[in-house]
Design a protein around this ligand. Structure first.
Ligand code: GDP
Ligand code: FE
Ligand code: FE
Length: 199
């Protein structure tokens, strides 16, 4: 993977420069997770015919905003004229849904396919692109993840990307419900479409 060079001019940086920028934004533990997601995203892109370079950039940037304070997101919701309902959520939702706009501006990333995958990487939605699914699943199964069903999730991802989206969504929902955590509407959309077969 160290030999991966970006060729599509999606960013004004090399991969090595991007990695240094990400490293400055997050804790060591989060940085390791991010590198793991990049690797898993590249592997899924190879297996399912996705764009390797977009998978790499999406993986490296998906949690870029994860450790930013709440006031940055609240300001960004105003600055980028995002839906004000977002203000009632928290970092778990903001780092993707608002983070994508921050990344678009701060990192001069203009590729909307990558930005969309980052935007919905926590929640999914009813109409996920191949890249959206790759990032959503890679985030869940990267090698550093260690929760009871992760091995099963990896095996399912090896068989079918849609089945992996469904498995992850059902497990995340069950986890949120068990803890009485509010469900973001897009997460329900993902559930209805990928788990319950609604069109
Ligand atoms: P991470 O950033 O690598 O930790 O992973 P994610 O971006 O996928 O998830 C961040 C957090 O958001 C996790 O704790 C998820 O359980 C949580 N999360 C996922 N879906 C929802 C949702 O619909 N509502 C809320 N409130 N949290 C969610
Ligand atoms: Fe995340
Ligand atoms: Fe993540």
């Amino acid at each position: 993977m160290n030999s991966l060079e970006y060729r599509l001019n999606l960013l004004p940086y090399t991969r090595a420069e991007l990695i240094e920028m990400v490293k400055k934004q997050v804790s060591k533990k989060r940085f390791r997770h991010i590198l793991g997601v990049e690797q898993s995203a590249i592997e899924l892109a190879e297996q399912y015919g996705g764009c390797i370079e977009r998978a790499s950039i999406a993986g490296l940037l998906h949690d870029y905003c994860k450790e930013m304070p709440a006031d940055v997101f609240l300001q960004a919701i105003d600055d980028f004229r995002l839906n004000v309902d977002l203000k009632t959520w928290n970092n778990n939702i903001w780092h993707g849904m608002v983070g994508a706009s921050i990344i678009r501006e701060q990192l001069e990333l203009t590729d909307e396919a990558i930005l969309h995958a980052i935007e919905i990487h926590t929640t999914g939605n009813a109409q996920m692109s191949l890249l959206d699914k790759i990032l959503y699943v890679a985030d869940y199964i990267e090698l550093g993840r260690d929760f009871p069903d992760v091995q099963e999730a990896r095996e399912i991802a090896n068989q079918s990307l849609d089945a992996a989206v469904a498995f992850e969504t059902a497990h995340t929902l069950a986890h949120l419900i068990a803890k009485n955590i509010a469900i973001y509407p897009l997460t329900i959309e993902t559930y209805n479409h990928y788990c319950a077969g609604r069109k």
